[in-house]
Design a protein around this ligand. Structure first.
Ligand code: 5GP
Ligand code: 5GP
Length: 209
C-alpha cells in the first residue's frame, strides 16, 4: 500500500471494448453488453511506469457510500457498466468499488471528484466513431496495427490487445485504449511517449464484434 496519494504524474483513463473482454475463455458476462467503448477505470501513473495502488480510503460500496451524487451515479451506470454477470442488480457498484479501492484511492481526491472527473473525461471522447471514420469497424476482420495508431494518433494512447481464437488460430484483438488525463483531471492530453501498443504483437489486429 502506498501512503502518499499524490505520488503520481498523470492518469490513464482506460476504455475497454466489451466484446473483447467478454469473448475470453471463462468470462462470465451479462447476456447483453454494450457495443461501444466503456470505462474500465482511471489509474494514477508515474512517468517512470509505476502505478500506485491500494492507498488508504477504501470503501465497502461506492453507490451506498453517500459520497457520490445521484447525477454522477447515473452517468456512471451508463458509461461504466460491470460487464460481468452478477446475482442481483446490475453489479456496477461492485466494479466501481474495486476500481476506487485499487486505483481511485491513490488520486488523493474525494470519491465525488474522482468519479465525476472520470465520467466527464470519458464522455468527451467517442473512440468508436473515430475508428469508424477511419474505416475501422467491429466486424471480426483484421486491420494493420498502424491503422489503429493513425486513427487514434491525436491521443498518442496505449493501444492494448488480448488474444482471441479466430479460424483455429490465435490472433490479437483490440481490448483497451488507455488515454492520458492530466493529474488535475481537467483534460485528456497526448501521452508523452507517443502511440504505444501493448501485447498487440507485430501483425494485424482483430476488431471483434
Ligand atoms: P490486464 O488488463 O492486463 O489484465 O491487467 C492490467 C493490470 O495492470 C491492471 O490490474 C492494472 O491495474 C495494472 N496496471 C496499472 N498500471 C499499469 C501500467 O502502467 N502498465 C501495466 N501493464 N499494467 C498496469
Ligand atoms: P485492474 O485490476 O487494475 O483494474 O484491471 C484488471 C481487472 O479488471 C481484471 O481483473 C478484469 O477482470 C477486471 N475487469 C475488467 N472489466 C470488468 C468488468 O466489466 N467488471 C468487473 N467486475 N471486472 C472487470
Amino acid at each position: 500500500p502506498t501512503s502518499n496519494a499524490q505520488n503520481f504524474d498523470f492518469f490513464y483513463l482506460v476504455m475497454q471494448w466489451p466484446p473483447a473482454f467478454c469473448n475470453q475463455p471463462g468470462a462470465r458476462c451479462k447476456p447483453r453488453i454494450p457495443r461501444t467503448f466503456t470505462i474500465h477505470g482511471m489509474w494514477p501513473q508515474t512517468n517512470s511506469g509505476g502505478s500506485p495502488q491500494d492507498c488508504p480510503g477504501a470503501v465497502p460500496d461506492v453507490r451506498r457510500s453517500g459520497q457520490v451524487d445521484e447525477a454522477t451515479l447515473g452517468l456512471m451506470d451508463r458509461q461504466w457498466p460491470n460487464l460481468k454477470r452478477v446475482r442481483r442488480g446490475n453489479g456496477n457498484s461492485q466494479f466501481w468499488t474495486y476500481e476506487w479501492n485499487k486505483h481511485g484511492t491513490c488520486s488523493g481526491w474525494s470519491l465525488q471528484r474522482y468519479f465525476r472527473a472520470t465520467v466527464d473525461r470519458a464522455s468527451g471522447v467517442d473512440l468508436l466513431r473515430e475508428l469508424r471514420s477511419n474505416g475501422i469497424q467491429p466486424d471480426n476482420q483484421l486491420y494493420a496495427r498502424n491503422r489503429f495508431g493513425n486513427a487514434l494518433g491525436r491521443y498518442s494512447a496505449v493501444i492494448s490487445c488480448n488474444n482471441v481464437r479466430r479460424r483455429r488460430t490465435i490472433s490479437k484483438q483490440i481490448h483497451e485504449i488507455w488515454l492520458c488525463v492530466h493529474k488535475d483531471g481537467s483534460r485528456i492530453f497526448p501521452c508523452a511517449r507517443g502511440t504505444r501498443f501493448r501485447n498487440c504483437g507485430g501483425g494485424a489486429i482483430v476488431f471483434s464484434s
